[in-house]
Design a protein around this ligand. Structure first.
Ligand code: HEC
Length: 147
């Protein structure tokens, strides 16, 4: 279980996140995301975002099972730009581009879901995190989108 790192100035990071509107999701968007998550993501990532059993160990095919999207996973270590791209293009295309050698079982959703639908799913996932983790991840997104 990983804990969020201690942040020297949480208020500043919250302000940065708020400035980009990264964490500003409407209730409607979150509810749309909840339904889309149940339909498209829950089979692998868990109905309660808990991930597949034993997700930290590769399965018999050598692939890692789907990790949780709740605060026990590592989804919150990434900014929204990365998460959108990963979901749109799938893990393999994303990691190949980075030159990372990894056999990914994460499918591409770009032909199934619009970017707005993926954004709604991410808004739903974020809404389940404790405030401190939301603030940390908002800062990641702010750093990703800074010029
Ligand atoms: C067929 C099973 C499957 C489905 C359905 C699926 N995933 Fe995944 N996903 C995986 C696996 C396996 C991994 C771990 C391998 C990897 O990271 O590439 C993963 C990893 C991820 C990651 C990167 C790890 C992380 O936590 O940051 C994200 C983001 C993600 N999935 C989002 C989604 C979203 C959003 C949906 C629904 C639209 C979804 N996945 C549906 C199997 C699936």
């Amino acid at each position: 279980m990983q804990h969020p790192p201690r942040l020297p100035c949480l208020a500043l990071i919250v302000a940065l996140g708020a400035a980009t509107g990264a964490s500003a999701a409407s209730t409607g968007e979150v509810e749309q995301g909840r339904a889309l998550y149940a339909q498209h993501c829950a089979a692998c990532h868990g109905a309660d975002l808990e991930g597949a059993p034993d997700w930290q160990r590769p399965g018999p095919d050598g692939r890692y099972p789907a990790p949780p999207h709740d605060e026990t996973g590592h989804t919150w270590h990434h900014g929204d730009v990365m998460l959108l791209d990963y979901t749109r293009r799938g893990g393999q295309a994303y990691l190949d581009d980075l030159g990372v050698v990894f056999d990914s079982g994460m499918p591409a959703f770009g032909d199934i879901l619009s970017d707005d639908e993926i954004r709604a799913i991410l808004a739903f996932i974020r809404s389940t995190w404790p405030e401190e983790i939301q603030a940390f991840q908002a800062a990641r997104t702010a750093a990703e989108t800074a010029d």
